[in-house]
Design a protein around this ligand. Structure first.
Ligand code: UDP
Length: 329
């Protein structure tokens, strides 16, 4: 019998790619999403979409009544560091409140496994690279702290109620489904790879490079870009590992790329220049964030398959070329 899963935020960027990976395995998938930032068209036809809000306890009950679920994946959250700095309490109330309501309902319904989308943002500005799971926690934003609070809540839910959990700390998710079914469509878009592609395609005037005076070889920020499909397979690997106990994994490739390197990769993929200008630093951006994924690789055998920046950018470009209006057009 195939397993059934509940995926909150399954109409969003990373969530939709996890739904695809689950469906590709023959699983039954129920997506729970308020469609504020997610897209109906990002939910593949094999999945069941329930439109609802995590603020609404009755909607959560109705979703869990579709079980029993082998696991619940919790992606749905506000996820912009800058917004969280402007509205810290609102961000904490939404992300922590919604997450706690969901965890509590999972415990009451006897859901055995819970997978949390967590973030590199809970490490703040570490001085040690690459960042492994033992790097000290020091969230530099309410967004990062909201995920840390949920990680702590899961530790209690396990200790008291036996809920097995995986906390998966994403570095920079990018790219698009290699089969072309899904892509990245944030509104407004704030992420580097789609913005650089759109500038190259002439869909926006230019890309602003946020700071060239960082302590890095070319002066621009370095990030660890991980293909969204590799992130999805990491979820499956972590899930399988839960039979041996709860896990916390940093998900990246262990390779960092500067903003200028991303621009050059986009130019290689598209054969055209990316118009860009130097802009001031974006507040809160650490110079360098690179993951050590050694633990998940050692414990599960997971490997990123589309690990090169050029592979990531090529899949993202293909989707944006094929979908000029994103999911809307
Ligand atoms: N960035 C940039 N211009 C943009 C958007 C992003 O220079 O228009 C830089 C940003 O400062 C960071 C990197 O690109 O160093 C990745 O930013 P993104 O917002 O994609 O992800 P984050 O690292 O903030 O999660």
């Amino acid at each position: 019998m195939s397993q059934r899963y509940l995926v909150t935020g399954g109409a969003g960027f990373v969530g939709s790619h996890l739904v695809a990976a689950l469906l590709d395995q023959g699983a039954e998938v129920v997506v729970f999403d308020n469609l504020l930032t997610g897209h109906r068209a990002a939910v593949l036809p094999g999945a069941t979409l329930l439109t609802g809000a995590l603020e609404d306890p009755d909607a959560i009950e109705a979703a869990l009544a579709r079980g029993p679920f082998h696991a619940v994946f919790h992606f749905a959250a506000l996820s912009l560091v800058g917004d969280s700095m402007r509205d810290p309490i609102g961000y904490l109330a939404a992300n922590v409140g919604n997450g706690l309501r969901l965890i509590d309902a999972c415990v009451r319904h006897g859901v055995p496994r819970f997978v949390l989308s967590s973030t590199a943002a809970l490490f703040g500005t570490p001085d040690r690279m690459p960042i492994d799971e033992d790097t000290s926690i020091d969230p530099g934003s309410p967004y990062g702290d909201s995920k840390w609070m949920l990680e702590r809540a899961l530790a209690w839910a396990e200790r008291i109620h036996g809920l097995r959990f995986a906390c998966l700390r994403y570095f920079n998710a990018a790219g698009a489904d290699p089969l072309g079914r899904l892509g990245e469509d944030h509104r407004p878009e704030t992420h580097l790879v789609p913005l650089a592609i759109d500038a190259m395609l002439g869909r926006r005037a230019e890309l602003a490079v946020f700071g060239t005076d960082y302590d890095t070889p070319d002066g621009t920020c370095i990030r660890d870009y991980i293909h969204v499909t590799d992130l999805a397979t990491a979820h499956l690997a972590a899930l399988a590992r839960l039979d041996q106990g709860s896990v916390t994994y940093n998900l990246g490739t262990s390779t960092g790329h500067s903003v200028l390197e991303v621009i050059r990769s986009v130019e290689r993929a598209g054969g055209r220049p990316v118009p860009h200008r130097i802009a001031p630093r974006r507040p809160g951006d650490p110079a360098r964030l690179v993951a050590s994924p050694a633990r998940i690789m050692r414990e599960t055998g997971w490997q990123p398959r589309l690990a090169s920046l050029d592979d990531i950018v090529a899949t993202a470009l293909r989707w944006r070329e094929a979908h000029p209006g994103g999911y809307g057009g």
